[in-house]
Ligand binder design. Structure first.
Ligand code: ADP
Ligand code: MG
Length: 479
């Protein structure tokens, strides 16, 4: 990665964690000056910015740098006065534009919901609602209950229009219907780049029919659909009692079906239960392949969580994932939502996701939920550290050791670091003197304690693992 790209990637990671006004103030006219042997040097325009960035954001910057390029193990700052006078054509990133790019993206998604999928014949364009390119058949986790829908989807993407036509996918909300059918769309386009895939929700279809009738261009509307090779229509229960749209869809369906074009529909119920829908349409749906998506079992839920962690490139303690899989049983969307929140919280607060974070997120999203496997109330009171002994218990618990180990004089790293962390926390969070801490730790000299605290402070500058551990411990302490 060249330096400018690297800095941009770091800034993009930092952006959600820092208030916009601060971000623009402190990161304007900064740049990566050099990266050598794992050490990244950030150039800043003034001494003031230098102090500010170093004191307030050094850890965050290091973390973001390490996430952008794992070979970076240290970050340093240098004042470079010339950064202040913007040289035209220089390598500086305009920090405001980091936001503007973002604004543009959002606007694009909101306003232009359509993408042109083919020019069609003549000047007419065929549009489709946007599909999420992240939905693939590869990242749709297969469990014992959704093997069939997945196999059918794969077959359709490999041979659209030949078998399983129409493909009817149903299930309640958040169980993966959209993921599965958009994955078919994406995969079909990968397999057959020339094919025209049109994705549309039934709701949008209805709006288009109404518009076409009003503006008298029904023939154009019909023409559009004739050129489609794969038509994906979501949530067809929406056609209930919308007679002219239903009629129009019925025609489109027949035309496509007769010319061996693939039709895929989704719904929240099986064909027979589509009240308010023409019997002929219902029976057409029943002619092809009807598959149901169910709430996945525990093992599949866990596999889905693991998959989502891989996609987000986050490592979450298996115990936390198991806890989420156990507790979130209403939909895959909810499962994904809880994981996202847990990961976001961990990232924003520099903490390792813990059972407590997960339990709190679940409780927040659904107050009535009875949490299995973690007692929020009980731990909260116990967790509030008021004295040195509390801190020791929490640190020992976090590292899976005994308080006696912390108090002893074992010089192994596995014990030394937790012991030093303990001293550091007692000093910085409880404000005890070096002398007193020394006495607590079995009569150690105050300089030993000072040295321990200094060591931790030093390590916190460039050891992400330690930063996260410390933050998690602090949370356990009720801070
Ligand atoms: P629906 O359309 O049925 O309401 P979605 O397709 O929007 O549900 O799915 C909700 C979320 O759950 C999406 O983020 C999707 O990626 C995820 N999801 C559902 N099923 C699976 C699965 N089997 N594997 C991976 N992710 C899934
Ligand atoms: Mg959906």
């Amino acid at each position: 990665m060249v330096q400018k790209e690297l800095w941009l990637s770091i800034l993009n990671r930092l952006k959600p964690t820092i208030q916009r006004a601060h971000f623009v103030t402190w990161f304007q006219n900064t740049a990566v000056i050099d990266v050598k042997e794992g050490k990244m040097i950030v150039g800043v325009p003034t001494a003031f910015a230098y102090t500010w960035l170093k004191d307030k954001y050094a850890t965050k910057i290091f973390q973001a740098a390490n996430e952008s390029d794992s070979s970076i193990t240290e970050v340093a700052f240098e004042v470079h006065g010339e950064l202040d006078c913007k040289i035209p054509g220089s390598d500086l990133i305009d920090v405001k534009s980091v936001y503007i790019e973002d604004d543009k993206k959002v606007r694009k998604v909101r306003d232009v919901n359509d993408v042109v999928v083919s020019k069609g014949r003549g000047s007419e364009k065929i549009t489709s609602q946007m599909m999420n390119s992240r939905y693939t058949l590869n990242n749709f986790v297969i469990g014992k209950d959704n093997r069939l829908p997945h196999a059918a989807a794969l077959a359709v993407a490999n041979m659209p229009g030949s078998i399983y036509n129409p493909l009817y996918v149903y299930g309640s909300v958040g169980l993966g219907k959209t993921h599965l059918v958009q994955a078919i769309g994406n995969e079909t386009l990968k397999n057959f780049p020339d094919k025209v895939v049109k994705y549309i929700t039934a709701e949008r279809f209805v709006t288009e029919v109404v518009e076409a009738i009003g503006k008298r261009y029904m023939h154009k509307f019909k023409d559009q659909y004739r050129k489609v090779d794969v038509l994906i229509v979501e949530d067809i229960q929406f056609f209930a009692r919308k007679d002219s749209s239903q009629q129009e869809f019925f025609h489109t369906f027949n035309e496509l079906y007769e010319s061996n074009k693939q039709i895929i529909v989704t719904s929240d119920r099986q064909p027979a239960e589509l009240d308010g829908l023409d019997e002929r349409l219902k029976s057409r749906f029943g002619m092809g392949m009807v598959v149901e998506l169910l709430m996945p079992d525990y093992e599949t839920r866990l596999a889905i969580l693991n998959q989502k962690c891989r996609e987000a490139q986050m490592i979450v303690d298996p115990e936390v994932l198991a806890f989420i899989a156990n507790n979130v049983t209403d939909s895959v969307r909810a499962l994904d939502g809880v994981l996202r929140q847990v990961m976001a919280e961990a990232q924003l607060t520099d903490r390792v996701p813990t059972l407590r974070t997960a339990a709190e997120v679940i409780k927040r999203l659904n107050k009535a939920h009875k949490i299995i496997g973690f007692d929020i109330e009980a731990k909260q009171t116990e967790a509030c550290a008021k004295n040195a002994v509390d801190v020791m218990k929490i640190v020992a618990g976090y590292y899976g050791m005994n308080v006696e180990d912390l108090l002893g004089s074992d010089r192994h790293t596995e014990v030394i670091i937790p012991r030093q962390i303990c001293m550091y926390l007692i000093k910085h969070e409880l404000g005890e003197s070096y002398e007193k801490i020394g006495t607590t730790f079995g009569g150690k000299n105050h300089t030993t304690v000072m040295h321990a605290c200094g060591k931790i402070a030093e390590k916190l500058k460039n050891n992400i693992r330690l930063v996260r551990d410390l933050n998690s411990i602090k949370k356990e302490m009720g801070l």
